[in-house]
Ligand binder design. Structure first.
Ligand SMILES: O=c1ccn([C@@H]2O[C@H](COP(=O)(O)O)[C@@H](O)[C@H]2O)c(=O)[nH]1
Length: 235
């Protein structure tokens, strides 16, 4: 089923049953879903089969960061499982990203998008200073995104605050996946670099990752429906 919406719902749940309950309430034409570290660790790869059976495109958000051979093999396994998108950390460097991109190219008819995480949306300038990075988040994202593109990535994970800059620098086809999406008035939680859904789309984001504003809402479907309506997506 083709999805009209840029929204990717982060199914961050401690049990497979909770994630499947939520997925059954969602409509694959109205959102994609993201399987992250919490859900994958509790459920294992079977969660991918279950969500595929429900008709969803899956972003497998395991943010691989290891030596090139290990990461290339891991993304290859993810692609063979049929996920729509998988990611690695850009700070793993050029050789790690190139090995991963090459691994996917050798698969027959690969359709899985390979994306690199730049600077986590939960980080601000003070966090970068503490880990020895003497640059603003914007400068560091710009540098890592350029490296990711020249290493064969299809796009990056960044905050929507950097989308406009990256869209200008790297072109409109370079996929920008942006977590840290917060509808006006919703709780920021641990996210530092945030934007509303409409602002993020106007800035050039391709996909908007939303977890808690939907999954912790009293009426998750109402929130998703409203966001899609605000973005002009027909339901
Ligand atoms: O830089 C990043 C990379 C990944 N994430 C993931 O996105 C969701 C966001 O969830 P919210 O509840 O909407 O904050 C979560 O699964 C993160 O692991 C990110 O937030 N930032």
């Amino acid at each position: 089923m083709s999805c009209q919406s840029p929204i990717v719902v982060a199914l961050d749940y401690p049990t497979m049953a909770q994630s499947i309950d939520m997925a059954k309430r969602l409509d694959p034409s109205q959102c994609r879903v993201k399987v992250g570290k919490e859900l994958f660790t509790t459920a294992g790869p079977v969660i991918l089969d279950e969500l595929h059976q429900l008709g969803f495109d899956i972003f497998l958000d395991l943010k691989f960061h290891d030596i090139p051979n290990t990461v290339a093999n891991a993304v290859s396994v993810a692609a063979k499982a049929g996920v729509w998108m998988v990611n690695v950390h850009a700070t793993g460097g050029r050789r790690m990203m190139e090995a991963s991109a090459n691994a996917l190219q050798t698969l027959p008819d690969n359709k899985t998008l390979l994306i690199a995480v730049t600077v986590l949306t939960s980080m601000d300038q003070s966090d970068l200073i503490e880990i020895g990075i003497d640059a603003t988040p914007e400068q560091h994202v710009k540098r890592l995104a350029a490296l990711a593109k020249s290493s064969g990535m299809d796009g990056v994970v960044c905050s929507a605050q950097e989308s406009s800059m990256l869209s200008k620098d790297l072109g409109k086809d370079f996929v920008l996946v942006t977590p840290g999406i917060r509808p006006a008035g919703s709780d920021q939680g641990d996210q530092k670099r945030i934007m509303t859904p409409a602002e993020a789309m106007a800035a050039g984001s391709h996909y908007l990752v939303m977890g808690r504003p939907i999954t912790q809402a009293i009426d998750p479907i109402a929130v998703l429906t409203q966001v899609n309506r605000d973005l002009g997506i027909a339901s």
